[in-house]
Design a protein around this ligand. Structure first.
Ligand SMILES: Cc1cc2nc3c(=O)[nH]c(=O)nc-3n(C[C@H](O)[C@H](O)[C@H](O)COP(=O)(O)O)c2cc1C
Length: 198
């Protein structure tokens, strides 16, 4: 059965636009065929932040050579990176925070980018290990135009996903302001409802 990993990264819950849109898209994916859905809600889970030397050194030390402190420091990252690598599809719900992704999403990315799990080193350059995956990325702003000079969300996520090998990416964009929020939601939902889901 196909594994879908849904990653929410808004600090809002009930009024969150990215979550509303992700609910619509998740429902569409579920209608399409058998799928198991695993969820990560990045502001509402205890993510171990990348925050000490043992963790950094543990990232680059083979598991059988890690000190006990390193093993302990990378344990949370091991779980998240393995889970990410094992998914077939991804549904990212991404609000723009200060022109980029939220701190929680950046933290998550620092935890799942692991040598030997999501990428490896080729001759001097990294090679993504995640092949034949599909990512849906819902990006919501409060008015900053997406794919403009002020948008560091879409270009960053494209580079990151490509880096781990994910090249089949569908961006769903909702750049709304208070005045056109209703219309932006309708447009984004229409867009989701006409997406080709394989
Ligand atoms: C800390 C913070 C920073 C934000 N920065 C921006 C920004 O740089 N540009 C923008 O257009 N909207 C910005 N917004 C607005 C959010 O992108 C917008 O409210 C969006 O709907 C949030 O997603 P959500 O509805 O899923 O919570 C910011 C909101 C917060 C809370």
């Amino acid at each position: 059965m196909k594994k879908l990993l849904r990653i929410d990264s808004s600090a809002r819950q009930s009024d969150s636009i990215s979550r509303q849109l992700a609910d619509v898209l998740q429902a569409r994916i579920e209608q399409q065929g058998a799928v198991t859905v695993q969820k990560r809600d990045l502001y509402y889970e205890e993510l171990v932040k990348l925050g000490n030397e043992d963790q950094v050194n543990g990232y680059f030390t083979p598991a059988d050579q890690q000190t006990e402190a390193q093993q302990h420091a990378v344990a949370g990252s091991n779980i998240l990176a393995t889970e990410f690598a094992q998914a077939d599809e991804y549904l990212f719900a991404v609000p723009m925070y200060n022109f980029g992704v939220s701190a929680a999403l950046k933290t998550y990315i620092d935890l799942i980018s692991r040598v030997g799990v999501t990428f490896k080193y080729g001759e001097g350059f990294p090679i993504g290990l995640l092949e034949n995956k599909k990512a849906y990325v819902i990006v919501v702003t409060g008015g900053t135009p997406l794919e403009s000079d002020y948008d560091f969300v879409i270009p960053y996520l494209k580079v990151f996903l490509n880096f781990v090998g994910i090249t089949n990416i569908e961006f769903i964009k909702a750049a709304s302001t208070r005045n056109n929020i209703e219309q932006a939601l309708i447009d984004a939902k229409n867009n989701i409802n006409t997406l080709e889901i394989s």
